[in-house]
Design a protein around this ligand. Sequence first.
Ligand code: AMP
Ligand code: TRP
Length: 335
Amino acid sequence: MADTQEKKQIILSGIQPTGTFTLGNYIGAIRNWVHLQEEYDCAYMIADMHSLTVRQEPAKLRQQILSAFAVLLACGVDPEKSLMFIQSHVYQHAELNWVLACNTQFGELSRMTQFKDKSAKHPENINAGLFTYPSLMAADILLYQANLVPVGVDQKQHLEITRDIAIRFNNNYGPTFTIPEPYIPEVGAKVMSLADPAKKMSKSDENQNAFITILDPPEVIIRKFKRAVTDSDMEIRYAEGKDGINNLMSIYSVLTGDSYETIERDFSGKGYGDFKLAVGEVVAEALRPIRENYDRVMKDKAYLEEVYRAGAQKAGYTAEKTMRKVYRKVGFLAK
Ligand code: AMP
Ligand code: TRP
């Protein structure tokens, strides 16, 4: 019956192995990756090459790559269903990056807000990789001919430039790449900082109370939510100007499935303290099995190695197919 079945759409996404993942990464990205693997042909990678755009300590990076891979498994990404690999293990990413960089304009790279933000944050290290990062990300996506790319809203601009690069390449050299679409969750696409709800929750925040990591123990999670910055109003209501409460409601809604109306009704007449505690408890409960799985998976290094090696081999096969096509299209001589 295989030939009568529709071919599944291809999904690719990646995450940088810098620091322990936050609740924002989980809600905005990884949680959706887990759901999507039932319906799509998914490939998920640890974007270790991307993380070199910011100075890393080698020994720590090595540990974080493995840990990030284990977190994906712990969250429920299943190597039986999805392709899981580490970017630097598949050298075609670097190869395609070069070809795409030669088809990407200085002007369009200059408009990337992430480049502006990160160069403002690290004025001592505004390196060429930081600037050309979008062409590497485009390579990640286009190598696998992905149809959809699930990311948080902060990555939308990189998806747009990927599409522009792919469309331009196809126009110049003939059909080569599938044009990918972003896949951004409706609720939870941007989880905000608990200390400053105008900012996105980020694992690189200096204030430890600003973010929850996927591996935080329950008491830490609850403590951080109790301290979450809200407003001077008293009502638990989703409304403009109530960024802190809106953020808490969005987190609660994603994890419980309750609508904002239901939350408003259930917490009417209650104080912010009650709501913060309830959100903290829901998050602690959602993350508990992940932390337990992580501890187990991290103990089994042989298993981790087996999964990422098999993933690299499989990813390399697909990537090489695209690479051969690209080299032919641009006019390189076959070896
Ligand atoms: P990063 O941590 O920047 O490597 O991001 C990895 C993935 O998590 C990307 O898909 C981001 O869009 C997503 N992400 C990161 N931070 C957040 C956040 N605060 N809220 C929602 N999604 C996020
Ligand atoms: N740039 C993404 C981030 O910082 C991570 C990433 C790298 C990615 N390659 C990708 C995401 C390809 C989606 C698809 O979050």
